[in-house]
Design a binder for this molecule. Structure first.
Ligand code: CP
Length: 318
């Protein structure tokens, strides 16, 4: 209980409750917020590098009164070959009550939750899922698109909204989690990219998810344009002509003005300016990229309270 392993494990009502709690916690005075997880212990277990996810979980936990410890693969006994199970059991023996896990293997958070019995928050597992990112992306859309309430959702909240996700879909846990969440709220998700980074099999992601390979045609339909980095570390020998990719898929100012002058621009980070997105777009008025980071802090606060203080979570939702 309290784990978040996959976005598919949340009902629409639970997503709504998390958004409601996020809004309430954000508005709390500092002292009230710091009482929610006073003295609780959160372990941040990171087998892959991270800036946003790690820092926002850490700052969120501290602002709620919890203490945190960071264990990374680079400076722990993981380097000596200790298994995920034994690392998790060690953290539990040291008093950790919740583990935030980023791991290079899809499904690792499920194993850790099973072996430790602790609530585990999936902070990104391989090419599988990044559920807290999908929630913060959702909150960003709800705050920036007109006429929506950031504190509540239902099955039709995003009706009429097309979210175009462009880039390295194949390797993207962000794309997967968003594609599994947003259609349940009424959105249409349009995936865009070249065949090697967006195989036809992506059509099987389910209802509400389509493929459009022509970037300009996709943008013309977008209320939200979410750009993704090419994950060079996962390409494993796959050849990609970067110049051709940039010509066809880079979101630059001319393209944005011509095809999507009103669309919200999003990027989960880390972004590579000059590759998938031009710097002027990332810094421009349509960009919600820094909003996404701020919403990450807020949403992850609610996820930590949900994981560690079920009664407190019910109270802030009510
Ligand atoms: N979006 C995201 O997961 O960023 P980090 O890898 O920096 O955590």
């Amino acid at each position: 209980p309290g784990s978040l392993l996959s976005i598919t494990h949340l009902t629409v009502e639970e997503v709504s409750a998390i958004l409601g709690a996020t809004a309430r916690i954000e508005q709390m005075p500092h002292s009230e917020r710091a009482a929610l997880l006073d003295g609780r212990k959160v372990a941040l277990l990171f087998y892959e590098s991270s800036t946003r996810t790690r820092t926002s979980f850490e700052l969120a936990a501290k602002s709620l009164g919890a203490t945190t410890t960071l264990v990374s693969d680079k400076s722990s006994s993981i380097e000596k070959g200790e298994s995920l199970k034994d690392t998790g059991l060690t953290l539990r023996a040291l008093g950790a009550e919740c583990i935030v896990l980023r791991h290079l293997s899809s499904g690792a958070p499920f194993l850790l939750a099973r072996e430790t019995g602790l609530p585990v928050l999936n902070a990104g597992d391989g090419m599988h899922e990044h559920p807290s990112q999908a929630l913060l992306d959702l909150r960003t859309m709800l705050t920036r698109l007109p006429g929506l309430d950031p504190a509540t959702v239902h099955a039709k909240t995003l009706s009429g909204v097309t979210v175009v996700i462009t880039g390295d879909i194949l390797h993207s846990r962000v794309a997967r989690s968003n594609a599994m969440l947003l259609p349940r709220l009424g959105a249409r998700v349009l995936l865009c990219g070249p065949e090697p980074l967006l195989p036809e099999i992506a059509r099987e992601l389910g209802e509400g998810v389509e493929i459009e390979r022509d970037f300009d045609r996709a943008l013309q339909q977008a209320q939200v344009a979410m750009m993704l980095r090419i994950q060079r570390e996962r390409l494993a020998g796959m050849e990609l002509d970067l110049g051709e990719y940039i010509a066809r898929y880079q979101l630059n100012a001319e393209r944005l003005a011509a095809s999507a002058p009103e669309a919200l621009v999003m990027h989960p980070g880390p972004m590579i300016r000059g590759h998938e997105i031009a710097g002027e777009v990332a810094d421009g008025p349509q960009s919600a990229i820094e909003d996404q980071v701020r919403h990450g802090l807020a949403v992850r606060s609610a996820l930590l309270v949900r994981a560690l203080n079920a009664d407190g979570f019910k109270r802030v939702v009510a």
